[in-house]
Write a protein that binds this ligand. Sequence first.
Ligand code: ADP
Ligand code: 5GP
Length: 190
Amino acid sequence: MTGNLYVVSGPSGAGKGTLLSRVLQRLDAVWLSVSATTRPPRKGEEEGVQYFFLSDEAFDALIAEDELLEWATVHGERYGTIRKEVEQRLNEGIDVVLEIDPQGAFQVQSRFPQAILIYIAPPSLKVLERRLKGRGTESEASIQRRMKNAIVEMEYRDKYHVVIVNDNLKAAAEKLYQEILGDDARMSPS
Ligand code: ADP
Ligand code: 5GP
C-alpha cells in the first residue's frame, strides 16, 4: 500500500503555511515534507523545521546527485523536495504533503500522476498584498516581487484538482482538512 501524495501551491502570502499547520495538527498520520532552499532563514525559522537552509554549492550537490524529486527557482531563490524522504514515507503507506510552487507541482505530477493537486488562492490581490505586509517578514522589494509572481502563479490554478479560496480562515481550513481526509477518486484536471 502506498500513501497518498498531496501537493499544495498558491501565491506567497495566500495562507498555505497557516492552513497547513491548522490542518496537520488534526491529522497526525500525514507528513509535511521539509524542502531544501538557498533562501536565508527568516526570523524564528529553524534548520530542518521550515526548511533545510543550504548554500548554493550544497544545493548544486543535491541536484548533481539526483537527490531532489523536483526543484525550481522561485522569487530568485532555489527550492527543492528531497526525494528519499518522500519516497520512503509513501512506500510505508504514509500520506505526504508537499508545499511547493506550480513549477514543482507539475514536475511531481509527471512522476506521480496520482498526486492530488490543491491550490490555495487569496480572495484578491489586494488582500494578498495586505497579508504579505501584515506578516512582516518581507522587505518592500520582496513583497513587490511576490506580488508580480502571484499574478503569473494564479494562472495555473485551473490545472489543480481543487481550488480553495482562503477568505475565512476557519472555513478554508475545514475544506483543506476534508480534502486531505477524503480518499475519494477524483477527476483529472483539464
Ligand atoms: P503562505 O504560507 O502562503 O506564504 P502564510 O500562511 O504565511 O502564507 O500567511 C500570510 C499571512 O496571512 C500571515 O500573516 C497569516 O497569519 C495571514 N493569514 C493567513 N490566512 C488568513 C486568513 N484567512 N485571513 C486573514 N489572514 C490570514
Ligand atoms: P517562502 O520563501 O515564502 O517560504 O516560499 C516561497 C515559495 O517557494 C512558495 O511558493 C513555496 O510554495 C515554494 N516552495 C517551497 N518549497 C519548495 C520546494 O521544495 N519546491 C518548489 N518547487 N517550491 C517550493
